[in-house]
Design a protein. Structure first.
Length: 280
């Protein structure tokens, strides 16, 4: 039922075209009618904006439904099955802080038992930004705390390896608190967006990514359209990367590359995917 999707491109219309063409791969279903909602964070004019719907009545959703008329070269989408916290806008992913977006799927085991200890590790100036009561939002603020400790919180060009390090430290702290409380290890997946790229970390259900580039990779997104109207020659320099998790029946789609359990991945508009080895 949950979904986590990040898309990054160097041409704004490509994200929407990909979402529409791959709508079945990226769709989420809720046949039982359990409580769910969704949110999308996206970049426009150098700023991150949010569209969030905490209560959704439809039994099926795809990324095109969530995007509506949004056009952006970077987006982070999340479908939420409410497990911790009320169905409210403040509890709906993605969460935003300055130049960062954050979303996760899965649940921190025994959150009620470790919440206070997690909160102790968040500086007061960041703690004041907490709006809801989910484990995901608090996890985000823990991540921000580790970026702050490394002097990278206000860095407008924070590098992927700094984000890797802050995520690893966040996961290590959650694991240590779980051990001290005699709890089982949490199974979560995380995505972080910054203006320059996307970082994904797999500590839960299968996660995979795909990169399309050049005319051969991207031309299928324009199937049935007049090549003259969509300026097909421009596709040679175009590129799109997508990463997602929580696939139907945990099945990795054909043509996607699976991310190892415990691994982290960075995607940019220009460079090849950067994968960090599994963090144990």
């Amino acid at each position: 039922m949950a979904r986590l999707i990040g898309i990054l491109a160097n041409r704004p219309d490509l994200t929407r075209r990909f979402a529409l063409r791959e709508r079945l791969v990226l769709a989420a279903a809720n046949p039982e009618g359990a409580p769910w909602g969704w949110g999308v964070g996206f970049q426009q004019h150098g700023e991150f904006l949010l569209r969030r719907r905490p209560v959704e009545d439809r039994r099926e959703l795809d990324l095109g439904d969530m995007l509506g008329d949004v056009t952006s070269d970077l987006l982070l989408a999340h479908v939420r099955r409410a497990t911790i916290g009320a169905r409210s806008t403040d509890n709906t992913h993605p969460f935003r802080y300055q130049q960062f977006l954050f979303a996760e799927t899965g649940t921190i085991t025994g959150f009620g038992d470790v919440r206070a200890r997690m909160l102790e590790s968040v500086p007061e100036f960041l703690r004041r930004g907490l709006r809801g009561d989910t484990d995901g939002e608090l996890l985000f603020h823990l991540f921000l705390s580790f970026l702050h400790d490394a002097g990278k919180l206000d860095d407008p060009d924070v590098k992927p390896r700094a984000i890797f390090a802050a995520l690893a430290a966040t996961i290590d702290l959650v694991r240590r608190l779980a051990r001290e409380a005699s709890l089982s290890e949490s199974r979560i997946n995380v995505m972080v967006a910054s203006p320059e790229g996307l970082v994904a970390a797999r500590f839960g259900t299968p996660m995979a990514y795909r990169v399309l580039s050049g005319r051969q990779g991207l031309e299928p997104l324009f199937a049935g359209e007049d090549p003259g109207k969509v300026r097909m020659p421009d596709l040679e320099a175009c590129r799109l990367a997508v990463v997602a998790s929580d696939f139907e029946n945990d099945a990795i789609p054909e043509g996607w590359t699976a991310l190892a359990d415990g691994a982290m991945l960075a995607l940019s508009r220009t460079d090849a995917p950067l994968e960090a080895p599994p963090h144990r």
